[in-house]
Design a protein around this ligand. Structure first.
Ligand code: ATP
Ligand code: MG
Length: 242
């Protein structure tokens, strides 16, 4: 598969108004992520990691600079354009799962398909069931989120992020609220998705997991302090086989 850039950030800066002045959280960040890369974002708390993810997903806008994601200039799109684009191109996974509590896991996963209408109505239920099966939850499809474990909710959230088959998955501390073994299982799921050609950008505080990611970008004080690639020999076999 020929790889192409999925994320191109050029001098992305972000300031927030605070009191009478402004606080600068991102100080001009530039990087490129190619299709099929697995990239972790690490760095101390409060240094701009989530803010950077919000620039990639278009949840918030840069104060300056450009960010091109899946071929589109996210920094210049309207809210309506962003909503449609995000629904089809980006799967977002949060630390606290954020499943809708009144809907079954199955319905939670069908919802993005209903919103984006990327799949015909009659295919959505079957596709949602197939995604639940992919994450090992076929037998939990009709349960409400509160009735399954945190790890199961996060697997369902990953299935939901995959609903419209987006090329890019963006995750903000997806294992931050899980025990070690569950975190490893969720991480393994990301590795498998990358092996299948997805691009994953993941903020993590988990040092053990971050060491297994082939590329690691460290954000300190709103700047890229390091952008390191692991030697191939240190990468998990599943990635080398891709
Ligand atoms: N809407 C906002 N208004 C003002 N300041 C903000 C806003 N959003 C974020 N900040 C500030 O920007 C800085 C970076 O926040 P961010 O959430 O990006 O950090 P982070 O690296 O994700 O931290 P953590 O690891 O704790 O999640 C913090 O000082 C935060 O208070
Ligand atoms: Mg954060």
């Amino acid at each position: 598969m020929q790889s192409h850039p999925v994320i191109q950030a050029r001098n992305v800066a972000k300031s927030f108004p605070v009191g009478g002045g402004a606080v600068t959280v991102l100080q001009g960040i530039s990087f490129t992520v190619q299709q099929g890369e697995f990239v972790s974002i690490v760095g101390p708390s409060g240094n701009g990691k989530s803010t950077l993810l919000n620039m990639v997903t278009g949840i918030d806008r840069p104060s300056a600079g450009e960010i091109i994601v899946c071929g589109r200039p996210v920094h210049r799109m309207s809210e309506d354009q962003l909503a449609a684009w995000r629904g089809a191109q980006v799967g977002i996974i949060f630390q606290f799962f954020q499943m809708l509590p009144a809907l079954s896991l199955l319905k939670n996963i069908m919802l993005p398909m209903d919103l984006a209408a990327t799949y015909p109505r009659h295919e959505r239920r079957e596709r949602a069931l197939a995604l639940l099966d992919l994450v090992g939850l076929a037998d939990q499809a009709h349960k409400l989120p509160a009735l399954v474990s945190g790890g199961q909710q996060q697997r369902a959230a990953i299935a939901r992020a995959l609903a419209n088959d987006p090329p890019l998955l963006v995750a903000d501390e997806p294992t931050g609220n899980l025990d070690t073994n569950t975190a490893r299982a969720i991480f393994g799921l990301f590795e498998r998705l990358v092996a299948q050609g997805k691009t994953v950008l993941m903020v993590t505080h988990d040092k053990e997991l971050a060491q297994r990611v082939p590329r690691r970008i460290a954000i300190v004080n709103g700047r890229i302090e390091r952008d390191e690639r692991l030697p191939a020999s240190a990468q998990p076999a599943v990635l080398l086989a891709a």
